[in-house]
Design a binder for this molecule. Structure first.
Ligand code: AMP
Length: 194
């Protein structure tokens, strides 16, 4: 199963991907987690990305594509993946399409978690207090939501035009949202691995 999870920051993509990966038996690939790991490791790329991330802006498409290409080449991604945080704009969506076509591994599904902005803002406030992520401070969250509306929302339209998009209500109890996502997936893969 090759799945892209779309949704605004704080819509629950990471939480749901963590819950789904065991059921789907594929790795959870979060570009935000990969970037945070690079920042924590203090690599040259991480140092460059940190300021951009703290400001709630998007890191360059080139860096992201290089990172993703390397990650998808790892053996555990051969059977599929849950992609969380990528693509974030139309250029990235086109690059992903091209990459997966080259690998002969097209996407099986794209699921968008739909959560109203007010709920997002309060979830990020809670995460800010719990985890202290600089980009979860309320001003930066508003910036990230604006970037989402401007650059990432068109990605959902792009997949809708290709008949791949499923929109799932992301508000509610975690297990219920997971069940909704599973119901939105192509049937045979959704049940693989239990
Ligand atoms: P996330 O954990 O997915 O919310 O990502 C945290 C931050 O990492 C984002 O606000 C961006 O600065 C950066 N980031 C993650 N994924 C991407 C991407 N696909 N393109 C550009 N920047 C990204």
């Amino acid at each position: 199963m090759r799945l892209v999870l779309l949704g605004a920051p704080g819509s629950g993509k990471g939480t749901q991907a963590t819950r789904l990966k065991a059921a789907l038996d594929v790795p959870h690939i979060s570009t935000g987690d990969m970037l945070r790991a690079a920042v924590a490791a203090g690599s040259a790329m991480g140092r460059k990305a940190k300021a951009v991330m703290d400001a709630g802006q998007l890191v360059s498409d080139d860096i992201l594509l290089g990172m993703l290409e390397e990650r998808l080449a790892q053996p555990d991604a051969a059977t599929g993946f849950i992609l969380d945080g990528y693509p974030r704009n139309l250029a990235q969506a086109a690059a992903l399409d091209q990459l997966l076509t080259k690998l002969g591994q097209p996407l099986d599904a794209v699921v968008k978690l739909d959560v109203p902005n007010e709920a997002i803002i309060s979830r990020c406030e809670i995460r800010f207090k719990a985890e202290g992520r600089a980009d979860d401070n309320p001003d930066t969250v508003r910036k990230r939501l604006a970037i989402y509306a401007e650059q990432t929302a068109p990605v959902a339209d792009f997949y809708a035009r290709h008949g791949k998009l499923q929109v799932v209500d992301g508000v509610g109890e975690l297990g219920e949202v997971t069940a909704r996502v599973k119901r939105a997936l192509p049937h045979e893969s959704a049940t693989a691995g239990g």
